[in-house]
Design a protein around this ligand. Sequence first.
Ligand code: SF4
Ligand code: SF4
Length: 270
Amino acid sequence: MGEAKRRQSAQTVGRPWPPKLPPLPPGTANATPATRELQRLAMLGRMAETNTRTALQAARAATDNGARDQILDSILQGACGLLEGEVRTAYAANAESARLWSTVACRKGCSWCCHIQVETTIVEAIVVSRQVAKSESLTASVLAAAPAVAGTDSVGRLRKRVACPLLVDGACSVYDHRPGACRAHVSLDDKACETALKTAGTADEARKIPTVVVPRKIDTAISFGVRRACAAENLQSCDVELTAALCLLATDSTAVSRWLAGETVFTPYP
Ligand code: SF4
Ligand code: SF4
């Protein structure tokens, strides 16, 4: 990276991402709601891509691992702040949306969903892995769970009923750093979540969970932007399965450096 670009990155990195988008540009007022939604999702993806690229450039230029890790952290915090800000905006838009949001069943201690496959970006897995590394018991849980879920698809994972290794006493032990996919998985019926898991996780049962779709759309748009930024920086950009990626990161201290150097390090999401 040139010196001017390095200085620019240093000035902008670490700056929080805007927690929500500005209004859509003039000229979109007459578009259909579906078109406006697509335009907004596209803007979200672009914002995520721009901010992530800046941070990745700074992470590659960082002179020590502590600074590098903080910069990668800022990507997850920015992306998840944007996701949650956009979800709040969407559900405050009118009384009907607010009513729907008030019926969300998710709460601390409800964790049927923490037995499903978690698809994350590589950046998210790296950030979560730093939280795991702080705890010997979490690290041991990750290493124990990884062989049990290796190579399974999402339905196979449900059938095995293996809990996420980060689930401790019914709650997420990395709650503030959990990936966007976990934040965006929102259900209106905890009983349906329980049934989907207890009936061995057939695809049909999983489809019966009345999930709220807007957070997932927003997360998809933002994750897409993060992946595009990785690709633009010539970094491996696929999504990964959380437990498998955490296992790799717990056992290979060179994984992050090699990924930032452009190596293919992670197994893509199955
Ligand atoms: S998604 Fe389902 S299992 Fe998970 S917290 Fe919400 S209601 Fe509970
Ligand atoms: S990371 Fe946390 S929220 Fe996500 S599946 Fe694991 S325990 Fe649940």
